[in-house]
Ligand binder design. Sequence first.
Ligand SMILES: CC(C)(COP(=O)(O)OP(=O)(O)OC[C@H]1O[C@@H](n2cnc3c(N)ncnc32)[C@H](O)[C@@H]1OP(=O)(O)O)[C@@H](O)C(=O)NCCC(=O)NCCS
Length: 146
Amino acid sequence: MIEADAFEVRIARWPEDSLAIREVREAVFVVEQRVAAKLEWDGLDEECTHALALTADGIPVGTGRLAPDGKIGRMAVLREYRGRGIGEAILKCLLDVVRDRNLPRCYLHSQTHALGFYTRHGFVAHGPEFDEADIPHREMVLEADA
Ligand SMILES: CC(C)(COP(=O)(O)OP(=O)(O)OC[C@H]1O[C@@H](n2cnc3c(N)ncnc32)[C@H](O)[C@@H]1OP(=O)(O)O)[C@@H](O)C(=O)NCCC(=O)NCCS
């Protein structure tokens, strides 16, 4: 469990926490970023490990997920809670799982505006920019021995 100021970031329980996770992703991706709901709810959530950020009052404010193949994704913090280290705490929580599982590498598709956020945690961008849900992305990789 990671404390970021008055926030708790922990591995989510599934399916108990699925509504809280859904609420955050609906606000960030579907409403704010206008990602099509059918792309957002891709059917892979059940097989993923999820991190969940909560305020001291238990309000869900951020989330992210790790797929069995080492793909990190769906990193989201409610707009009004950004810039306080919650995204970083979520990423660290998921990277702890990557280490615990001895995965040799993990990777993600970063929206290009967030490249700096992931670079700070050791991810390296590879290959060309591409569109996903009509948003420009690049693949980024973090090798275990990096
Ligand atoms: C990306 C996201 C999850 C980061 O969450 P956050 O809680 O704001 O992150 P943190 O507060 O831990 O940010 C850590 C640092 O990264 C920077 N940062 C965060 N988001 C950034 C962005 N989009 N572009 C550039 N820098 C960013 C912050 O300024 C902060 O830097 P600082 O500590 O020097 O001030 C959040 O911005 C978000 O939900 N964005 C909308 C959804 C999205 O784009 N998800 C990523 C898909 S790849």
